[in-house]
Design a protein around this ligand. Structure first.
Ligand SMILES: CC(C)(COP(=O)(O)OP(=O)(O)OC[C@H]1O[C@@H](n2cnc3c(N)ncnc32)[C@H](O)[C@@H]1OP(=O)(O)O)[C@@H](O)C(=O)NCCC(=O)NCCS
Length: 198
C-alpha cells in the first residue's frame, strides 16, 4: 500500500483555487475540476455510491438516483454551475481518484443560524485509494477554499450508518448539530448534520 499522505502537504499558493499537493511517491494534487474531469467524476460517483450505499436502497431507487446524479452531462452542469465548486484529487498521472463539492446557498434548519455557512457535499474517494489520507486532504482543500471566500461555517449531511465518514469528519473538527431526512427515491433515510466553524 502507498504511504499515508496526510503529512507533508505543500501549499502551492495562498489563493483559494490554487491546487494543494503532497510530495514524494504517491503524490496527490487537489485542484479545481474542469469539464474534462466530468466522466471520471461520474464514474467514481456511480461506483463508490453503489459499493458504499447500494445495500441501503432498492435496486430501482439506486439506478434512478445514479441516473439523476452521476452522468457525465450532469457532472458537467455541476462544474459549470456558479453555486457549485467541484474539486478533484489526482495522482501524479493526473488520474482522478476522488472529489469533493462545495455548495453555496443550501441550508437545513439546524444550520440556519450558523454564521455565513457553505455546504460540503459528496466527498468520494475511489475504493482502491481509501485509507491513504485523500479524504482528509479533500476536506482540507474545501476548508481552504471556503475560508478564502469569507465563509465562517462548513456543514454537511452524512448517512447515519456511515460511521467511517463520521469518524473522518469528527477528526477534522466537525460536530453533530442535528438530523435531517434524506430522500432517495421511495426510501427516506436519516442524515446526521455536522458543522465546523472555520
Ligand atoms: C469517507 C471517505 C471519503 C474517506 O476517504 P479516505 O481517503 O479513505 O479517508 P482518509 O484516508 O483521509 O482517512 C480519514 C479517516 O477515515 C477513517 N478511515 C479511513 N479508512 C478507514 C477504514 N478502512 N476503516 C475505518 N475507518 C477508516 C479513519 O478515521 C481515518 O483517519 P485516520 O487515518 O486518522 O485513522 C471514503 O471512505 C469514501 O469515499 N467513502 C465512500 C463515500 C462516502 O461515504 N462519502 C462520504 C459521504 S458523506
Amino acid at each position: 500500500m502507498a504511504p499515508h499522505i496526510e503529512e507533508n502537504v505543500e501549499e502551492l499558493s495562498k489563493t483559494s483555487t490554487s491546487p494543494i499537493r503532497t510530495e514524494g511517491k504517491g503524490a496527490i494534487t487537489i485542484r479545481d475540476a474542469t469539464v474534462d474531469d466530468a466522466e471520471s467524476v461520474a464514474a467514481i460517483g456511480r461506483e463508490v455510491f453503489t459499493i458504499s450505499f447500494g445495500y441501503s436502497v432498492s435496486e430501482e431507487d439506486l439506478q434512478t438516483y445514479l441516473q439523476e446524479t452521476y452522468t457525465e452531462a450532469l457532472v458537467c452542469e455541476d462544474i459549470k454551475d456558479p453555486l457549485t465548486h467541484l474539486m478533484v484529487a489526482c495522482n501524479a498521472d493526473d488520474k482522478v481518484l476522488g472529489f469533493v463539492q462545495l455548495i453555496k446557498g443550501s441550508s437545513e434548519p439546524c444550520v440556519e443560524d450558523a454564521e455565513n455557512a457553505i455546504k460540503l457535499q459528496r466527498i468520494f474517494v475511489h475504493h482502491e485509494s481509501h485509507g491513504l489520507g485523500i479524504g482528509k486532504l479533500l476536506i482540507k482543500m474545501a476548508e481552504k477554499v471556503a475560508s478564502s471566500q469569507g465563509y465562517k461555517t462548513l456543514w454537511l449531511g452524512v448517512f447515519e450508518e456511515n460511521i467511517k465518514a463520521q469518524k473522518l469528519y469528527e477528526k477534522s473538527g466537525f460536530i453533530h448539530v442535528g438530523e435531517q431526512d434524506f430522500k432517495l427515491g421511495e426510501c427516506v433515510q436519516t442524515d446526521i448534520i455536522m458543522s465546523k466553524t472555520l
